[in-house]
Design a protein around this ligand. Structure first.
Ligand SMILES: Nc1ncnc2c1ncn2[C@@H]1O[C@H](COP(=O)(O)OP(=O)(O)OP(=O)(O)O)[C@@H](O)[C@H]1O
Length: 228
């Protein structure tokens, strides 16, 4: 197996926004992320961080360049293979947790497993309870997501991201909406998962204090990697 979970080679992304020429927002991005690495991605608003995360998360394709995940060139994969690879390799946590508010914490965590036909249905509830305990919410499984605090909801979102035992978690400003104490708790939770399970993390953050506690910081400025 390749040492790196993720490798980008000269990745460019352009958008067609109705102008005669396309607008390039990512230019020649080279980036590697090792198995078990916890990387902070920083950069000003509009610099291309979310665009980069969408490409790495297989939600969008590069305009040119190569994206390899676990050594596989994703440009050679069809849409069904991409969906399968995404579902089994990558977990997502967003700033706005995107939980289903009328579902309980446990039901939210069960969703990715229920959506995957290959997941043994007899194990789903037990895995959800295991994950609730992992994120310190074992007593909150039956609470509606709507009735939980922002920090608790984000911990449910982390548990849901871990449901399929991904190799890589992509977290886009997961603590941006939280008070300092809750932000710290959610960050430390992700760090513990990273250390205990070897799950790689790519964390987009504007918080330099949290970024400094990651293994490495990279900065995107105007669609380029500015600094390692
Ligand atoms: N679907 C799209 N179509 C056209 N332009 C887009 C699209 N998505 C993003 N852009 C443009 O690409 C550039 C990079 O945006 P992106 O959202 O990746 O930045 P960001 O660094 O994540 O910003 P923020 O920190 O504010 O979330 C911006 O100029 C944005 O307007």
């Amino acid at each position: 197996m390749a040492d790196e979970i993720l490798k980008l080679e000269r990745v460019c992304k352009s958008y067609n926004v109705g102008l005669p020429t396309e607008t390039e927002v990512l230019h020649d991005i080279d980036l590697e992320l090792d198995h078990g690495e916890f990387l902070a991605l920083m950069g000003p608003s509009g610099s291309g961080k979310s665009t980069l995360l969408n490409i790495v998360g297989l939600l969008d394709r590069p305009t040119s360049g190569r994206l390899l995940i676990k050594g596989r060139d994703t440009g050679l994969l069809g849409d069904n293979e991409i969906t399968h690879l995404r579902g089994h390799t990558i977990g997502f946590v967003f700033q706005y947790h995107l939980l289903i508010s009328a579902f309980t914490a446990r039901e939210n965590i069960m969703m990715p497993m229920l959506a995957d036909r290959g997941f043994p249905s007899a194990e789903i509830a037990a895995r959800a309870d295991h994950l609730l305990a992992e994120v310190g919410l074992e007593r909150f499984g039956n609470n509606l997501a709507n009735n939980m605090s922002g920090g608790q909801q984000q911990r449910v979102a982390v548990a849901r991201a871990l449901a399929m035992n991904p190799d890589l978690v992509l977290a886009d400003e997961p603590t941006g909406n939280l008070d300092t104490k809750s932000a710290d708790a959610v960050f430390e939770l992700m760090r513990r998962v990273n250390r205990q399970s070897g799950t790689s993390f790519l964390l987009v953050t504007h918080n330099l204090d949290l970024a400094r506690r990651c293994d490495r910081i990279i900065e995107v400025v105007d669609g380029r990697i500015a600094q390692h």
